[in-house]
Design a protein around this ligand. Structure first.
Ligand code: SF4
Ligand code: SF4
Length: 362
């Protein structure tokens, strides 16, 4: 396979290693060796040695969430996310993507979302319309909130309104490129989508990004791909934390206690884990569960649930089990995608909360 020498070296180092097998949220959910960084490396190395065809490993390549837990754990500095994304790109170039990924890819390219959606929910469109005037501050909702979790999108807009600062929400918001990056890595199409989003963001002084997945893309991946955003970019969580600290967002303490499910994009990739605790602490008692802050375990997402729903449910159920194990009655996440995944698990022992649930108390 046409792969960079750097990725080949990482593949050859990972393929016989077992050191991070305990850390993969998917491997832990399925109990299968195929869902480890090492197994993925072994498959890629067999393709590189022409023992098997690239198409034979692609299902397995898309079973990785690219959450980076293995990268973070690796004491020798090898990077399974890098070679997994490169393999996806190569499969796209060689027309060897699985059919279900091709379908999502076509939709992401044509409609800006991988879910085949062409229209916003009416109530969300109305909420967006009330913020159509141009302001210095742009609130970037993101694809998942716009098309797959519109009630959370509406409630996030309500939370932003509580800060009293005027802001704009775009009816025709483009995709950030984060989902294309997951599907096909750093392809030209991914960079073009990112450039289009950056151009829109550059028309504002400040951009507050709701979805941690978009925040990671804009604040980290764009730089890797040479896409420049001149606007000041903030995560939704850090914006709310600043609003709490400055008194712009006045919150009332309740007798609730929550444990924090840190989205890896914030806590591991962007080094931000205090902000959610600042906001949560203004409303509730805050406790910690196993694997917190930059050691967090991913709890599932909307995009992967679109093609492997049962496994994503198991991933989320495992994370809820972690919360139960410390006696938690409520679990708070700042990721709309993790929120949907966690709520897809049928259980009534741990209340799953978003920041919107906590702040609006609805
Ligand atoms: S990422 Fe590090 S710990 Fe994990 S398989 Fe590769 S070399 Fe081993
Ligand atoms: S990036 Fe995450 S999902 Fe992928 S192998 Fe590593 S730990 Fe597992």
């Amino acid at each position: 396979m046409n792969m960079s020498e750097k990725s080949k070296a990482h593949v050859d180092s990972c393929r016989f290693c077992w050191m991070c097998h305990h850390i993969c949220p998917i491997g832990n959910a399925t109990g299968q060796e195929r869902n480890t960084a090492r197994a993925r490396a072994l498959g890629i190395s067999m393709v590189n040695r022409e023992s098997i065809d690239l198409s034979e490993i692609m299902d397995n390549i898309y079973e990785c969430a690219t959450c980076g837990a293995c990268v973070h754990e690796c004491v020798t500095g090898w990077d399974p996310v890098m070679f997994t994304k490169e393999t996806r790109l190569q499969a796209a170039l060689e027309d060897k993507l699985p059919e279900y990924i091709n379908k999502m890819l076509d939709s992401a390219l044509e409609l800006g979302n991988p879910y085949g959606k062409s229209e916003l929910d009416r109530a969300l469109a109305d909420a967006i319309e009330t913020h159509s005037d141009k302001n210095d501050l742009l609130f970037w909702l993101g694809t998942d909130a716009r098309y797959m979790a519109s009630s959370e999108g509406i409630r996030a807009i309500k939370v932003m309104e509580k800060t009293g600062v005027p802001f704009t929400v775009l009816a025709d918001e483009t995709a950030s490129g984060a989902q294309l990056d997951f599907l096909i890595g750093g392809a030209e199409e991914t960079k073009e989508q990112m450039l289009r989003a950056a151009e829109v963001m550059n028309g504002y002084k400040t951009v507050v990004i709701y979805d941690p997945n978009d925040a990671k893309a804009v604040m980290q991946t764009y730089k890797e791909y040479g896409v420049e955003v001149k606007a000041s970019v903030m995560t939704y969580t850090s914006y709310l934390a600043e609003a709490v600290e400055s008194g712009k967002l006045a919150l009332k303490k309740t007798d609730k206690t929550v444990v924090i499910q840190d989205p890896y994009q914030l806590s591991r990739d962007l080094g931000e884990s205090d902000a959610i605790r600042t906001v949560a602490g203004a409303v509730a008692g805050v406790e910690e569960m196993l694997c917190n802050r930059d050691q967090t375990a991913w709890a599932g997402n909307i995009l992967m649930a679109a093609y492997m729903p049962e496994i994503i449910k198991k991933v989320a159920a495992r994370r809820i089990f972690n919360a139960k194990s410390v006696g938690a009655k409520a679990m708070l996440t700042a990721s709309v995608s993790e929120y949907v995944a966690l709520r897809s698990v049928e259980q009534d022992e741990v209340e799953i909360l978003s920041l919107e649930d906590l702040i609006l108390g609805e």
